[in-house]
Design a protein around this ligand. Structure first.
Ligand SMILES: [Zn+2]
Length: 174
């Protein structure tokens, strides 16, 4: 995909390109090395209540401002993807979750972030605490899978469907 990097992130020299293994990659002539670009991982949390409803947050910043999405965000250095999902859930909803299981990993190219992403979905088997929307969420509440609002991100809908179908239920978004 198109890159917005013009300067080497290591030494600051202007970047060129060079072909390696059939791919055109960014290349720093000053240091004689490739500058690799990889998808950025983001984790999301699927939490259900006793009635099987799914927790969504209404985002208060772009991308997807004022739209509903799964709680989640970018994985930071020093934490696993599951820990990132748990942290983002706590920051955005106040809930403390445990018992993560991987639902799926979705690759997508993001125009907004100018890079490709890996959207990693975890279901957590347990959670405690009471809902308190915070950080980049204005509101957090459980939705019946038969009446979900439009979601900010197609990938989140796909993760929810994969989770529901894995439990023998109908998908929520198609
Ligand atoms: Zn360099």
């Amino acid at each position: 995909m198109n890159s917005k990097k013009h300067y080497c992130p290591f030494c600051g020299s202007p970047l060129g390109t060079r072909e390696e293994n059939g791919r055109v990659r960014l290349y720093c002539k000053h240091e004689n090395r490739y500058v690799y670009e990889n998808p950025i991982p983001a984790s999301t949390a699927i939490i259900t209540d006793g009635a099987g409803r799914i927790l969504l947050v209404r985002r208060n910043r772009e991308p997807g401002r004022n739209e509903w999405a799964l709680p989640g965000g970018f994985v930071e250095n020093g934490e696993s993807p599951a820990e990132a999902a748990r942290r983002e859930l706590e920051e955005e909803t106040g809930l403390d979750a445990s018992g993560p299981s991987l639902v799926d990993i979705i690759y997508q190219e993001s125009v907004y972030y100018g890079t490709s992403l890996l959207i990693i979905g975890y279901h957590f088997s347990h959670h405690e605490g009471s809902i308190r929307a915070g950080d980049d969420a204005d509101e957090a509440r459980f939705f019946d899978t038969g009446s979900m609002p439009p979601l900010a991100f197609e990938s989140h809908g796909a993760l929810i469907d994969t989770y529901l179908i894995g439990r023998g239920q109908a998908g929520a978004t198609k």
